[in-house]
Design a protein around this ligand. Structure first.
Ligand code: ADP
Ligand code: MG
Ligand code: MG
Ligand code: MG
Length: 402
């Protein structure tokens, strides 16, 4: 039986969690292979497999501190409850786009879920130059459906507010508030950039117009409880194989501004687009990869707005749902806000605490610095031109021109 108190699992004790689930039969239980495979910064991830049948599952456990920093940075275990509840909630509207949850235990801070080891992390696939034909449609669908079904346009106000409470996630939100919206814009010791970028970074710190916009984006993040967000939708939180997409790792889930998730997805594709100038081997290859990335950004937004519109027309309970322009205003505001959030994500992934391999793995230092400067320019331009960029084609023009 599962123990009633929390303790970090190891490759032996994790079997005590798995055995009572009857996922493996008695014979299989005797020969299970266990491996800790977590590459993240905050949690343990165990892969448990019966080698004779290849049946496998994943046990993810939150640690009471951030693994990347050590025990000096305590972090709530409640994020494991949030993660499993978010996965279940997402599965109600997009079951094909999330791992199945088999079991969860909030005391042990574990989620037992479907093994997706036949997929690869999107960031890795993209850096290697792979393309995924369903990605845009899948992420557009994921963001639209999880948004609509968690919003006041659909839910009764009592249920909406109950959900807001259930997904109250102050400690993980604070990480975003600090690492995305604050520290990169000031001379703060969590920042991480090479001395060669000092001038460009100081330009950001001294740009009053930019800082005023970031302050507004940050304030909206703190206050605007519109929809249930994934909260960390970068290309390391998406598993892909040729014809399949699975969104994992929603431990940052909370009710926030509608443009936030799609912005993070777009920003991470934009960073990969920039890095392909260095990664792609042949000019032809580079051009087709970059075209794919921009088309994916466009199709994701178009799928998002078409799917959201369809749900609105069929199911919205809002009293103004049939009033001309109400939906259009919502989508336009979401789009504008997403441009700003994408700009913040691009900047923080370049000079903040957690970088992206897309830029960091560029082999020549000079080239890496060149594209990091481009990233800072693009991020700043998006934040300052939120109002001027009025449609998705204009956004991809900015990214192409970076
Ligand atoms: P963290 O919150 O610590 O970032 P993630 O949920 O992102 O944890 O998982 C970290 C890594 O563990 C993933 O990048 C992936 O390699 C592996 N992993 C996580 N979930 C699964 C899964 N369902 N199937 C297979 N591998 C997984
Ligand atoms: Mg992760
Ligand atoms: Mg995580
Ligand atoms: Mg490097």
């Amino acid at each position: 039986q599962v123990k009633p108190t929390y303790e970090p699992l190891n490759e032996q004790t994790v079997l005590d969690v798995v055995k009572p689930l009857d996922f493996f039969d008695a014979v299989e239980q005797k020969s299970l292979l266990v491996k800790e495979i977590g590459d993240g910064n905050l949690n343990l991830v165990f892969h448990i497999e019966d080698p004779s049948s290849n049946k496998a599952l994943i046990v993810k456990q939150a640690l009471p501190y951030a693994k990347v920093v050590g025990e000096s940075w305590p972090l709530t275990l409640d994020r494991a409850r949030i993660e499993s509840e978010a996965l279940l909630r997402e599965a109600e509207s997009v079951p094909h786009l999330v791992p199945k949850v088999y079991y969860s235990d909030s005391t042990l801070a574990v989620t037992v879920m479907e093994d997706l080891s036949d997929h690869v992390i999107l960031r890795k696939g993209l850096i290697e130059g792979q393309t995924y034909p369903n990605l845009a449609e899948d992420i557009g669908t994921f963001t639209a459906k999880t948004a609509f079904y968690s919003s006041d346009f659909y839910l009764h106000p009592f249920e909406k507010k109950e959900q807001v409470g259930r997904f109250s996630n102050p400690e993980l939100c604070k990480i975003t508030e600090d690492l995305v919206f604050t520290d990169p814009f000031f001379n703060h010791d969590t920042n991480d950039f090479p001395a060669e970028l000092q001038n460009e970074v100081e330009k950001i710190w001294n740009d009053k117009e930019l800082l005023r916009e970031v302050a507004q984006l940050r304030y909206a993040f703190l206050t605007k409880a519109e929809i249930l967000l994934h909260g960390d939708l970068h290309s390391g939180s998406i598993f892909v194989k040729h014809d399949s997409t699975k969104v994992i790792d929603p431990e940052f889930a909370f009710y926030g501004p509608a443009g936030f998730d799609i912005a993070h997805f777009i920003a991470n594709l934009a960073l990969n687009h920039l890095s392909q100038n260095a990664h792609a081997k042949e000019p032809f290859n580079r051009e087709s990869l970059q075209t794919y990335l921009l088309q994916t950004i466009e199709k994701t937004w178009n799928t998002y707005s078409e799917t959201f519109t369809q749900l609105w027309n069929e199911k919205a309970t809002d009293p103004f749902a049939k009033t001309e322009g109400v939906l259009e205003n919502f989508l336009q505001k979401t789009f504008q806000e997403a441009i700003g959030y994408a700009g913040c994500e691009i900047i923080r992934r370049t000079i903040g605490l957690a970088h992206v391999a897309d830029l960091d793995s560029i082999p020549q230092k000079e080239v890496e610095l060149f594209y990091k400067k481009k990233a800072l320019e693009l991020g700043s331009a998006l934040i300052k031109n939120q109002e001027k960029i009025t449609n998705i084609k204009e956004l991809t023009d900015w990214i192409r021109g970076a």
